[in-house]
Design a protein. Structure first.
Length: 139
């Protein structure tokens, strides 16, 4: 096989990093996974701490069925709840529940500790540049 180009190597490296980061954070987040933490985070940023499922799926890069599979167990353990739209019965919202707020706060603290352990202080500026690059890449 011929040598892969830089762009392909970059994509493979990002995929491996994301998989490994998720696995390691899943073990540290006290009962929730990294994906669940990201869902809680996006809900916390939304107006009224609620979003339509499809909007939440788009934020995470998931399909509507993919987000539904993640949300069902979260609802069962009280991290989120459903809310009907009073103007349109076809639309429902995902709402950050009090239990979700608590888990989000705990999870963000644990994530901050882990990220400080793995990311050297002298690399923060490079990370900011790298984050900007990732936002610029059109998928």
């Amino acid at each position: 096989m011929k040598k892969i180009n830089t762009s392909i190597n970059f994509c493979i490296s990002i995929a491996k990093f994301q998989t490994e980061l998720s696995r390691r954070l899943d073990a540290r987040l006290n009962g929730i996974g990294f994906n669940e933490l990201i869902i809680l985070y996006h809900l916390s940023l939304a107006d009224g701490a609620k979003m339509r499922r499809i909007d939440l799926a788009e934020k995470l890069g998931l399909t509507a069925s993919g987000i539904t599979r993640l949300l069902l167990p979260m609802e069962k353990i009280g991290l989120i709840k459903k809310e009907a739209n009073e103007h349109d019965a076809r639309v429902s919202y995902v709402v950050l529940a009090p239990g979700g707020k608590t888990k989000l706060s705990e999870g963000m603290e644990r994530m901050e500790i882990y990220c400080e352990e793995i990311i050297p202080e002298n690399k923060i500026k490079k990370l900011e540049e790298f984050s900007g690059l990732l936002r610029e890449i059109k998928i």
